[in-house]
Design a binder for this molecule. Structure first.
Ligand code: TYD
Length: 239
């Protein structure tokens, strides 16, 4: 049986950089990693993603948005996550159903019960073994997130992101064994150190990682990022 790890946080929390680093580290330790992102990760899910993130789709209603996220997820779970978990892979997913709890319930205002029920359906009952929430001040995160131009959700602004953050904190309070907060304030290297420490509870192989030496070997961080971004999109195409 594989291990299912999901990563969460408000827009601009630095999640993508950390996922790329942890994948590089796990692969170096010999783990078989499957890297995915939501919404997306299959051909059908990527089409749904384009609909969801298109800034022109401002008229999209919360219920339609919820169901599109769940449709994208169900396809990803059945087509990719379920088969991968039957092997000894580490499945790492950039966002999963806690995003729906934070964005569609806490921030958008849909009822928690409705979102929980929808999440059960969309996830086909697959619950992560561990979920990391990168926790960061909203203003700092939003500055980072909108540097390259805002997508439809990022364009919602500070108040929306504040509610998203509160949603994550609430989710972590409800499920403290599964959902672990990592302080995302600091340099990528500092945050990575915290991530490895937290994640080693679920992935004990990380205990043997020499973080300082690993990071020093990532001297050309940009190149590593580009390589992994490439393999992420290849994973999506293979799916
Ligand atoms: P993306 O550009 O992938 O953002 P990030 O790099 O921050 O993950 O866009 C995904 C957006 O979709 C992000 O704003 C969060 C939002 N989202 C939801 O609102 N509900 C969900 O269930 C999921 C998975 C994502």
């Amino acid at each position: 049986m594989g291990t299912f790890v999901t990563f969460e946080g408000i827009d601009g929390c630095g999640k993508s950089t950390q996922i790329k680093l942890i994948v590089a580290a796990l692969r170096e330790l010999g783990a078989n990693c499957v890297c995915l992102r939501e919404p997306g990760g299959t051909a059908i899910s990527e089409k749904i993603r384009a609909l969801l993130l298109d800034p022109q789709n401002m008229e999209m209603r919360p219920e339609a948005e919820l169901l599109l996220y769940e449709a994208s997820r169900a396809q990803l779970v059945r087509q990719v996550i379920e088969p991968a978990l039957k092997t000894d892979s580490v499945v790492l997913c950039d966002r999963y159903f806690d995003s729906t709890f934070a964005y569609q319930a806490a921030a958008r205002g849909l009822s928690e019960d409705v979102v929980r029920t929808a999440n059960e359906l969309g996830s086909c009952g697959f619950v992560p073994d561990v979920t990391i929430v990168f926790d960061l001040d909203v203003e700092v995160a939003l500055q980072r997130a909108t540097r390259g131009g805002a997508d439809r959700l990022e364009a919602e602004g500070v108040e929306f992101q504040r509610r998203v953050r509160e949603g994550y904190v609430r989710a972590a309070e409800l499920e403290p064994d599964r959902i672990l907060l990592v302080d995302a304030d600091g340099t990528p290297e500092q945050v990575f150190g915290r991530l490895v420490e937290t994640l080693s509870l679920a992935l004990p192989m990380l205990n043997s990682l020499d973080v300082a030496s690993f990071l020093s070997r990532q001297a050309d961080l940009e190149r590593v990022m580009a390589d992994i971004a490439l393999s992420l999109s290849e994973d999506a195409q293979d799916a």
